[in-house]
Design a protein around this ligand. Structure first.
Ligand code: FES
Length: 107
C-alpha cells in the first residue's frame, strides 16, 4: 500500500504521512535519506501523544534529535531510541517501509 511519493519527502527532515495499518489510519513519522526511508508510528512511548506540535511539524535539537512536543523526550532518528526524557531507553515503534517505483510503501 502506497504511503507517499518519495519525491514528496524532503531529504533528512522528519515528515508525517498517514497510512492504513491493520485497518486503522495511523500517523507516521518518516525520515528520508536519499532513496531510503525510515518510519515509525507518530506516537511517543511516554504517554502515547503525537510527537509533532502540529501535523507534520516536528521539533529537532541542534544535533538533529527529534523532540516530543508533549514533554520533551528526545529520540535519535536512526533506530528511534529515546535518548533523554521520561521514556529514556524506550523506542519508537518502527514501521517497515520500502521504496518501490518512486513510492514509499508499507512492507
Ligand atoms: S508524551 Fe512524549 S514525552 Fe511525554
Amino acid at each position: 500500500m502506497d504511503v507517499i511519493a518519495l519525491e514528496a519527502l524532503p531529504d533528512g527532515v522528519p515528515a508525517e504521512a498517514e497510512a492504513m495499518i491493520e485497518g486503522s489510519a495511523q500517523s507516521l513519522l518518516l525520515v528520508r535519506q536519499g532513496q531510503q526511508v525510515r518510519g515509525w508510528l507518530n506516537v511517543c512511548p511516554h504517554a502515547g501523544r503525537r510527537l509533532d506540535w502540529a501535523p507534520g511539524k516536528f521539533l529537532l535539537t541542534r544535533t538533529g534529535a527529534l523532540v516530543c512536543a508533549a514533554h520533551g523526550a528526545t529520540f535519535e532518528l536512526q533506530d528511534g531510541q529515546c535518548l533523554s526524557g521520561p521514556c529514556r531507553g524506550q523506542c519508537l515503534q518502527a514501521v517497515a517501509l520500502q521504496v518501490r517505483d518512486g513510492q514509499v510503501v508499507l512492507g
